[in-house]
Design a protein around this ligand. Sequence first.
Ligand code: RAM
Length: 901
Amino acid sequence: MTNTLRIKEIKCEYKKNPLGLDIKKPRVSWVIEADRRGMIQQAYQIQVSLAKGNFGDPIWDTGRVESDQSIHIEYKGPELKSRTRYYYRVKIWDHFGGESDWSEIAWWETALLNSNEWEAKWITPNPDDLDPLLEQVFLLRKELDVKVNIESARIYATSAGLYELSLNGERVGDELLTPGWTSYNTRLQYQTYDVTNQLVEGSNVLGIALADGWYKGNLTWLEKRHIYGDRRAALLQLHVRYEDGTEERVGTDTTWKSSTGPILMSELYDGERYDARLEKTGWNGSGYDDTYWNGVIVHNLPVNHLVAQENWPARVTEKIHPVSAFVTPSGDTVLDMGQNMVGRMRITVTAPKGTKIVLKHAEVLDKDGNIYFGNLRKADQLVEYTTKGEGKETYAPYFTFQGFRYVKVEGYPNQENGLPLENFIGEVIHSDMELTGEFECSNEMVNKLQQNIVWGQRGNFVDVPTDCPQRDERLGWTGDAQIFIRTALFNYQGGPFFTKWLRDLKADQRSNGSVPFVIPNALKDYISTLWGDETYTSSAWGDAATVCPWTLYLSYGDKRLLSEQYESMKSWVDFIRVQGKDEFLWDTGFHFGDWLALDAEEDSYFGATPEHMVATAYYALSTRILRDTASVLEKQEDFEFYSKLLNGIIANFNEAYITETNQVIAQTQTANILPLMFDLVEGDVRKQIAYDLNDLVVKNDYHLTTGFVGTPYLCIALSENGYHSTAEKLLLQETYPSWLYSIKKGATTIWEHWDGIKEDGSFWSDDMNSFNHYAYGAIGDWMYRYVAGLDLVETESAYKQIRIHPRFGSGEITFARAMHHSMYGKIVSSWSINNNEMTIEVEVPANTTANITLPNARIGDIKESGKELGISEGLFELSQFDGGVEVTVGSGSYRFVYKES
Ligand code: RAM
């Protein structure tokens, strides 16, 4: 008989079987599957062993621990050793007295836990032989001998620049753009590869291709080069373990050789030039004659800032074929991928030697149907391939990515007779996170909006959360990230992604607590040239320091990250405190304000909401988050201090920005949104402001005017304050400006500007007009939480206590469903209305509870899974209130059907 209690998923540090961790106390989480409703974990047992399949002598055995904790349980066994695989398994008991079998066996493997284990040397081609400033990608090779009977082999590798590794002519791993982008001078990731099966007895060859990337390539619109250093370099260590227990190590050192190859240029913004005629066939295999290759020298870079891979690696996650090829009015041959995507094109071609094929990537067509490059600014997004002419050749660029839907093709054989679409593949690249969310409803355009949000997230989650993926920018703008994070965490598992980025935020935060505009801080030194003061920051941007860790805590219960970031959060709030004249207001300095709002003056990016009002509102938000964090981390003194500070800010906010008629001093949508959203007003003032916000929207014929600051909260502020139908109308609005307007204009991602493409088909200026900017996609959060009604009770993190509260609006949406795969497992909230009959279906994962609101229901009229609703297994509490019925349930699936009363 199968057990009714099973452990379904078991993970360590968010990942299944992570290879190469340097976390000293990894945390284990699991998802439980139970056949019975209302399952709560009573106890757990974790065992960790060094031998797979043998837990007879575990190095750590918790024994039976009475606890309902099933996420982030920290390893507390003997100190971990480097380069060791730890197997673990879990068993649980529920409060019904049931017991699960042992889970499947999972593992984590440590990497190098101490920097003194790096024996290899940083190497770079000898500058006497190869000019370090060459655009060409460098090749490094090393031939080595391996004995018989290999038990296991690992490579630990990283670079200053981007690298790709090969062993015996084959790629090692499938990660792209390694080692990723961090605050390189303080933190540099290395990757771990299992090469046991790739090594052979006897002669082996290691190959490294080395490009400029974020480290020293062209970055920012200022065309800055060498931001982190002016030399590319590589560091690699191979450890071979033999069956007899002996070990051999090979690392980068001066015995390696260097050369150049077919990649003539590779740049993140500008693309790649590849001449296949210059390929050094066999260079990364044995038997190749490298006599004429150049030497390498040791490069003086540290190793004490190396950290094991934290983020999900970037990979090709999907391949799409063009939907068509056509000739534009100006005569260009263009491929349409059908989707604004981020990644690269893989082409296959058979052509005479020396045929040059050029691909130029762009996001949109202009109103005449011509391919439009203007908004790329100085980013070329150009890939050029020259054939070697030896039959069928396949190529995709190595160290670059493009943001595009359209590709102008030049030089493809016989292209005047049409392009063979099967020879072109779009490879979608981004951090390979797990998809954890789905949203759909009865309106197809809204469903398209959801898809566009997800595509926007994919394209801008290429290792760092960026503003855009196409023009000469692609930077980790803090404001964009904090605006979008809550939506992002619904859609994808963002734990490792944001953990890494927040560590960079902390690393790049200035000593006075101010947070740079972008993380990693590629604009360093630029700010002072612009404004004479390097400590420039902006409210709603720097607040990423508090909002992001807190949102991760809410979504995933990641208390460790919260405590890791605590000092950073605190120094951000303390920085604000000393700005200006008044401790309780932030009324000085530069701010982006309600960036790109439509109430801005002609040709200005700055919305009409007073910037200092935005700053003080955000000051309150950050202080509130800090206060709540102090409470979670049990820092009583801080809790009291920041509680007082918050009260002071709220009082001063009211005094400075609320008039005697209970209104905000500026009648913009955003100015009304912020006090509602950040709980800065109460009672009659709150009512008045909610009324004013609704009124502004209604008077604007249900159109928004908000920018970066107001947009994410506009619908939430309305729904939370009695105007959900107005919010719904804003969502469903199809005329300009609105979310669906862009969809009517053919958008497949979220635009930076509401009027990126104007009604007459013309563009907002070339200057700043991204068609793949996730910021306004922050509406996704409201769609999940307020339309589908899938939310959490904020006093408990990680959806331990779920909140299901569908809102029906004015009846235009008749069906909505959201799914979120939480740390505890799958949560579903789904509802539909048919002839006044409501059906609400809910899935609650094991070891959690849910408070469900059944709007407009009466207790006696509800059927649950076909039976009259009443207290029963899994259904703990029931109560009637004016607006409907509240039900508290445990885990399981529930189906409520009732007639609206
Ligand atoms: C632009 C980008 C980004 C925004 C900054 C202030 O460069 O659009 O999204 O955060 O401005």
